[in-house]
Ligand binder design. Structure first.
Ligand SMILES: [Zn+2]
Length: 304
């Protein structure tokens, strides 16, 4: 490998730092796996992948002279102090922190900011932190606040997404789907890790967050079910009680409940899936006119 002199006439050091070296070698990993095309949004993902694992190399090296952080090229003696930063990409005045429909037209070293920003938020959470002696600030595009899953888990999710699900034409929406599938593989469909990955994507304007399953026990409603209703907990106000479900029953405020605050959220994650809620052993009356009724609310973010 040949490394350039980094515009040494400007006082920059040669580009042979831990994160930049890790960045360049990661291009080889990408070329041998997803092979993300080096233009458009896939090019931004290619560059982001190199910044992500270049950063992980820097953390792994654990070198006191160049401790891990989410700045790229902070040891190159550049006039701005760094080449890129992942916690707040737009702070350099050029990189994209949030996805928009023109992201594919930006230089791949600038559209990478969307993926870098996602990774930082998924790993480290929103808000201010000092990491490796440097100030970081996990700003979001939607004013959300949430926790991180840690950089090792975030890197494992990205690596599995890169090597198992991404292809040469994957764009940012596809990267979100790939990481949600990877997080389901590694930590479970119902995991907090997968939920927080979706929160981090939503925070960079890629898709919406998955419903939060919530951990609090709902308050039983004595009027639910109403007398004569053969279903148990028919309007979900007792949470999952009585139901067999595939990660659906929630009190997330992202959608309204028909009554009370609990409901079953089906689909809407930007990916193919099969989901269900069911209950068995329902005693259907032999007399009268038993009916099954339900309320269905359909919403979409897609035009038309
Ligand atoms: Zn690169």
């Amino acid at each position: 490998m040949y490394f350039g002199d980094g515009s040494s006439q400007n006082g920059n050091t040669p580009l042979a730092t831990l994160d930049v070296g890790g960045h360049e070698m990661t291009h080889g990993v990408t070329a041998a796996t997803a092979n993300l095309t080096y233009s458009g949004e896939s090019g931004g993902l290619n560059e982001a992948t190199s910044d992500i694992f270049g950063t992980m190399v820097e953390f792994y090296a654990n070198n006191a002279g160049d401790p891990g952080d989410y700045y790229i090229g902070e040891k190159l003696n550049m006039s701005g102090g760094y080449m890129r930063r992942m916690d707040n990409p737009a702070a350099d005045g050029r990189s994209l922190s949030c996805w928009n429909s023109n992201a594919g037209s930006a230089d791949v070293h600038l559209s990478s900011g969307i993926g870098n920003h996602f990774f930082y938020l998924a790993a480290e959470a929103t808000g201010a932190k000092t990491i490796g002696g440097r100030s970081h600030n996990g700003t979001t595009c939607n004013n959300d606040t949430f926790a991180g899953i840690g950089k090792d888990k975030a890197a494992a999710v990205w690596y599995r997404a890169l090597t198992t699900y991404m292809t040469s034409t994957t764009n940012y929406a596809g990267a979100r789907t790939a990481t949600l599938q990877a997080a389901a593989d590694l930590y479970g469909t119902n995991s907090q890790e997968r939920y927080l990955v979706s929160k981090a994507w939503a925070a960079v304007s890629v898709g919406t967050a998955l419903p939060d399953l919530g951990t609090g026990a709902p308050t039983p409603d004595p009027a639910d079910p109403p007398s004569g209703n053969a279903l148990t907990n028919g309007s979900f106000e007792q949470g999952t009680s009585g139901w067999t479900q595939s990660h659906n029953i929630t009190n997330s405020s992202l959608q309204p409940a028909r009554d009370g605050s609990w409901y079953a959220w089906m689909m809407g994650y930007g990916a193919d899936a099969v989901e269900s809620v069911s209950q068995s052993n329902i005693a259907v009356p032999a007399t009268g006119t038993p009916k099954l009724t339900f309320w269905l609310n359909v919403s979409t973010q897609e035009s038309g």
